[in-house]
Design a protein. Structure first.
Length: 259
């Protein structure tokens, strides 16, 4: 019986720098090389991998582009390990949005799902320390909102830290990681669209009111209300700024008849 011509496909040769980068990445992801640690110096890597210096340098460039290390030419201490962080994920999500593989509306909807679930779990699992962190950021937002200068960047930072506190209160580290990354990606895109066109003072006041409502729902353990508030606020903030064809996706997420 003749073999099926479609059973196998030609293989692509893997270059040496890819093998080097893969080995180092595996050690980083496994925890053998934790954040803050250092890789061996370039000269030592050449010896250990038995490759040329150009191969090692290309592997380090690949790892640096992925956000896993920080490499400085000529650094005698070797490249610094950064590891996996929300920055890696948020940058990838931002690139997806800019490339239009994922629309802004889809990204906002994804954040609606994450925020709602974070709020729901936080309402059930929060600790007094979690609530204190949330109150601290709301108090900071109020002070910034009352300021004559109205520092929008600092206000947005406090907003992000509030949602991070909620995500971490959910008890799910992966949920917290994704929530932070999606929040940063959405904020970066949306600020470009509405910069200079929004009444900052009114926006801050509305945002503070919403955050107070979310904190009240979480404190009282009202999980369904906390989840609903998360979805509704995102719809109010972003519905007018996303693609018309995806706006209905946001509306559907707000309704969420399962709760």
């Amino acid at each position: 019986m003749a073999p099926d011509d479609d059973l196998f496909r030609p293989v692509k040769p893997v270059r040496a720098y890819q093998r080097v980068a893969q080995q180092i990445e595996e050690r980083i992801l496994s925890g053998d090389l934790p954040p803050g640690s250092r890789l061996p110096a370039e000269r030592e890597l050449v010896v250990r991998f038995d490759v040329g210096r150009s191969t090692v340098r290309e592997a380090l460039r690949v790892l640096q582009s992925a956000g896993l290390i920080r490499s400085r030419p000529g650094d005698p201490l070797g490249a610094e390990v950064l590891g996996v962080s929300p920055d890696n994920l948020s940058q990838a999500l931002s690139r997806l949005t800019r490339s239009r593989i994922a629309s802004l509306g889809e990204l906002v909807q994804f954040r609606m799902v994450l925020d709602a679930e974070s709020n729901r779990l936080a309402a059930r699992l929060h600790t007094p320390d979690d609530l204190a962190r949330m109150r601290e950021q709301i108090d900071r937002m109020e002070r910034l909102g009352e300021s004559s200068t109205g520092n929008l960047h600092a206000f947005s930072e406090a907003d992000a830290l509030f949602h991070r506190a909620i995500a971490e209160a959910s008890g799910n580290s992966l949920l917290g990681l994704c929530a932070r990354a999606v929040h940063e990606a959405v904020v970066g895109v949306i600020e470009e669209k509405i910069a200079g066109a929004t009444d900052a003072a009114a926006w801050m006041e509305r945002s503070i009111t919403h955050h107070r409502q979310v904190l009240d729902a979480i404190t009282s353990g009202d999980a369904p209300r906390a989840a609903r508030l998360g979805r509704e606020a995102l719809y109010e903030y972003y519905a007018d700024h996303v693609e018309p064809e995806t706006r209905r996706l946001l509306a559907a997420a707000v309704e969420n008849p399962s709760e």
